[in-house]
Design a protein around this ligand. Structure first.
Ligand code: PLP
Length: 416
C-alpha cells in the first residue's frame, strides 16, 4: 500500500493527562465529584499558568516600562513577550494591535467610547444583534445617548440564528458607522457567520467589532483572515487568569482614536496646558497593567496551542453532539437555540421546574451549571422565557461528566 492510501490514526486528546493539569476538576462538592459545566461563564486554569504566575510573583515581580533595574527590565521583557504571544495566537499583523484591558467588557467600553468619539455623530447609527451579551449592548447605548446616535438591532430567528435577510437591509442604513456583533452567543450557543457579515459591512464602509469572548480559546481565530476591525476576548474564558482582557484593533484605526482613560504610561508629554498621547497600544493602557495575569495568560495560550485548537474544537463539538442527543430523550426539557452552527453549550428550560430550582438542586449532586438570563435579557425576551439553565462544555470535560449531569438532572426533575 502506498503511503497516500493509508488511513491516518485520528489524533485524540489525552484526557487523563489533561485532567491532571486541572486539579480542581478532581475536587468534591457536597460529597460528590465536581462536574463543572459552566465554562461559558469562566474556565479553569492549567497548572502551568498557576505555576507561572506564582513563580513570577515569588521571584520576578517588578513593574513594567518604568524601571531601569533588572527586575523591571525582565518583567517588561516577559510582558512584551506575552503581547507578542497574543498577537501570534490570533494572527494579528503586529504586536502594536494588541491592547491589554481588564476583560471583554472593558475592551468593548474602550472601543464604544474611543471609536464613537472619533467617528460617530448625532443621527448616525450603530448596529448590534439580538444575540448580544449586555457587555455589547450597554456601552453602545451609553455612547448613543450622549451623542444622539441610534441603535439598530439584527433580529433573531426561531432557531437562534440571526435573520440574514434583515441584516442585508440594515447594513445599508445611511449613517451606519459600526457593526458590534458577537461571534458566539453566550446564552444559546449560536455561532454567527462573522466572516461573511464582516465582508458585507466593509462593502458598505461600516467598521466591525467582534465580541469573541466565547470563541477565542475554543477554536482558531485569525484576524487577518476574518478582517474584523476590532476583536475582544477575556483571559478567564480561555483558561487564563481573571483581570486581563484583550482588545485587538487594526493599527490604522487605533492610531486615530483618542485615549479611553488618562494616566501614567499613555502620554507623550504632559504639561498643565496640554498633554499629547503616545502611540497604540500604550495610548490605551493607562496605569500599571495586570502584569502577572498577562504573563499567566501567555502560559495558557501556550498550553492551548500545545494541545491544538483544531483538536479542542473537534472534541468540544463531539461533546455537544453527545449531550444534545441525550437531552432530547428528556420529555419535559425544551432546548433554546438550535442553530446549525453551534458552540458547545446547551441552554434549556423545563416544563416541570424553574431554571433557578434546577440550578440550586443540581448543585447537591456536585453539578455546576449556570441558570438565569446569562447577561442577555433580550435573548430571553426573544424566546419568551425569563431564564434558562445552561450547561457549557470545555475540552477537559468527558462524556462521563455529561452522563453524571443527566443522571443528576433526572433525579432533580423527579422531585417536581
Ligand atoms: C463573558 C462575556 C462577556 C463579558 O466578558 P467579561 O470577561 O465579563 O468582561 C462579553 N461577551 C460575551 C459573549 C461573553 O460571553
Amino acid at each position: 500500500m502506498s503511503s497516500s492510501t493509508k488511513i491516518k490514526i485520528p489524533a485524540k486528546l489525552d484526557l487523563i493527562k489533561i485532567r491532571q493539569d486541572f486539579p480542581i476538576l478532581d475536587s468534591s462538592i457536597n460529597g460528590k465529584k465536581l462536574i463543572y459545566l459552566d465554562n461559558a461563564a469562566t474556565t479553569h486554569k492549567p497548572l502551568c499558568t498557576i505555576n507561572r504566575m506564582r513563580d513570577f510573583m515569588l521571584n520576578e515581580n517588578g513593574t513594567v516600562r518604568r524601571g531601569l533595574y533588572s527586575l523591571s527590565i525582565n518583567s517588561t521583557k516577559a510582558f512584551d513577550e506575552a503581547r507578542e504571544r497574543v498577537a501570534k495566537f490570533i494572527n494579528a499583523k503586529s504586536y502594536s494591535e494588541i491592547v491589554f484591558t481588564r476583560g471583554s467588557t472593558e475592551s468593548i467600553n474602550l472601543v464604544a467610547y474611543s471609536f464613537s468619539s472619533a467617528f460617530i455623530e448625532a443621527g448616525d447609527s450603530i448596529l448590534i444583534s439580538g444575540l448580544e451579551h449586555h457587555a455589547n449592548i450597554v456601552p453602545w447605548q451609553l455612547q448613543a445617548e450622549k451623542i444622539g446616535a441610534k441603535i439598530l438591532v439584527i433580529p433573531v430567528l426561531e432557531n437562534g440564528e440571526l435573520d440574514q435577510e434583515a441584516f442585508s437591509k440594515l447594513i445599508k442604513t445611511p449613517g451606519l458607522k459600526i457593526l458590534a456583533l458577537t461571534h458566539i452567543s453566550n446564552s444559546i450557543g449560536t455561532i454567527n457567520p462573522i466572516k461573511e457579515m464582516i465582508k458585507s459591512a466593509h462593502a458598505e464602509g461600516v467598521k466591525v467589532l467582534i465580541d469573541g469572548a466565547q470563541s477565542a480559546g475554543h477554536f482558531k481565530v485569525d484576524m487577518q483572515d476574518l478582517d474584523a476591525d476590532f476583536f475582544v476576548f477575556s483571559g478567564h474564558k480561555i483558561f487564563g487568569p481573571t483581570g486581563v482582557g484583550i482588545l485587538y484593533g487594526k493599527y490604522d484605526l487605533l492610531e486615530i482614536m483618542p485615549p479611553y482613560q488618562g494616566g501614567g504610561e499613555m502620554i507623550e508629554k504632559v504639561t498643565f496646558e496640554k498633554t499629547t498621547f503616545t502611540t497604540p497600544p500604550h495610548r490605551f493602557e493607562a496605569g500599571t497593567p495586570a502584569i502577572a495575569e498577562v504573563i499567566g495568560l501567555a502560559s495558557s495560550i501556550n498550553y492551548l496551542e500545545n494541545i491544538g485548537l483544531d483538536l479542542i474544537s473537534d472534541y468540544e463539538n463531539e461533546l455537544l453532539n453527545y449531550a444534545t442527543a441525550r437531552i432530547k430523550n428528556f420529555k419535559n426539557i425544551n432546548i433554546i437555540g438550535d442553530a446549525k452552527n453551534k458552540a458547545s453549550l446547551i441552554s434549556f428550560t423545563s416544563d416541570l421546574a424553574e431554571a433557578f430550582d434546577i440550578g440550586t438542586l443540581i448543585n447537591e449532586y456536585g453539578v455546576a451549571i449556570r441558570v438565569g438570563h446569562h447577561c442577555a435579557q433580550p435573548v430571553m425576551q426573544r424566546f419568551g422565557v425569563s431564564s434558562t439553565a445552561r450547561a457549557s462544555f470545555a475540552f477537559y470535560n468527558t462524556k462521563e461528566d455529561i452522563d453524571s449531569f443527566f443522571i443528576a438532572l433526572e433525579k432533580v426533575l423527579a422531585i417536581f
